[in-house]
Write a protein that binds this ligand. Structure first.
Ligand code: IPE
Ligand code: IPE
Ligand code: MG
Length: 249
């Protein structure tokens, strides 16, 4: 029996022996359906999802993932009922308070991807503090995509470049792929190698549109609150066997 085993029980996975993605993205989806299946309010699904979030973040840091991006709240999620938004804000706040209180000797560096100006001031303050206290850490970079949308991110980048062109600081000819990448929230970080979406949905839902040009996708049927290290191991193992060609042969 290896240290890690997946759900199909026969295949043991020794994660220390496989090629890991340098940057892993996860679309944390399925909280609402998880709650509905149990006759619970959607907020109960978000609470359970927050617990999975803690476990998986810790595990990714332990196994040596360098960049982890978790999609927590999209620019489109504001269209949900107020009670659901309030519950989500409550769990975001709880986690960020806990991170400041309990994880002070952690190595994880926290960053936020998205327009955080839309969040309530107390939450923004917690976001700033978490970025501040973790800024000099040298472990995994945990990117929390909150009020994030791939299109909104590109709109911001193009506006910034257009402004520089208008001010005569930038020539249109010098706009290239790396310049656009440097204007995104993920500036300075590698593109995601693997993006996992639990809950069985086959879509990006506006996640890392530019950065995912050559990302490998892995869809898992399990709902996020039920997602375990074993599900992740299975995805990582499959990723390690994929042949990435990047347009070559
Ligand atoms: C993901 O779960 C959490 C957020 C989008 C904030 P959902 O709330 O989308 O759950 P489903 O997809 O409705 O089951
Ligand atoms: C994507 O999930 C956003 C997050 C997980 C934060 P959604 O549940 O919002 O996406 P759709 O509506 O199914 O495309
Ligand atoms: Mg969903």
């Amino acid at each position: 029996m290896g240290i890690f085993s997946n759900n199909s029980n026969s295949n043991d996975i020794d994660i220390s022996k496989i090629k890991l993605p340098e940057h892993l993205g996860i679309i944390m989806d399925g909280n609402g359906r998880w709650a509905k299946k149990r006759g619970l309010p959607r907020s109960a699904g978000h609470k359970a999802g927050a617990s999975t979030f803690r476990t998986i973040t810790r595990y990714c840091s332990d196994i040596g993932i360098k960049h982890l991006t978790l999609y927590a709240f999209s620019t489109e999620n504001w269209s949900r009922p107020k009670a659901e938004i309030d519950a989500l804000m409550k769990y975001f706040k709880q986690y960020l308070e806990e991170a400041l209180r309990d994880f002070l000797d952690d190595t994880v560096k926290i960053k936020f991807l998205g327009d955080i100006s839309a969040f309530p001031e107390d939450l923004r303050e917690l976001m700033r503090k978490n970025e501040e206290v973790s800024a000099d850490r040298n472990g995994m970079i945990l990117n929390l995509a909150m009020n994030y949308g791939g299109r909104a991110e590109l709109v911001n980048a193009f506006r910034k470049l257009a402004q520089e062109v208008a001010e005569g600081e930038l020539s249109p000819d010098s706009i290239d792929e790396s310049l656009i990448s440097s204007c995104l929230y993920t500036a300075g970080q590698p593109d995601p190698d693997l993006i996992i979406r639990p809950s069985g949905e086959y879509r990006t839902s506006n996640f890392l549109l530019w950065q995912s040009a050559y990302a490998e996708y892995y869809i898992d049927d399990v709902l996020w609150p039920d997602y375990t290290k074993e599900h992740l191991n299975k995805a990582l193992l499959e990723y390690s066997k994929r042949n990435r060609r990047f347009g070559g042969v």
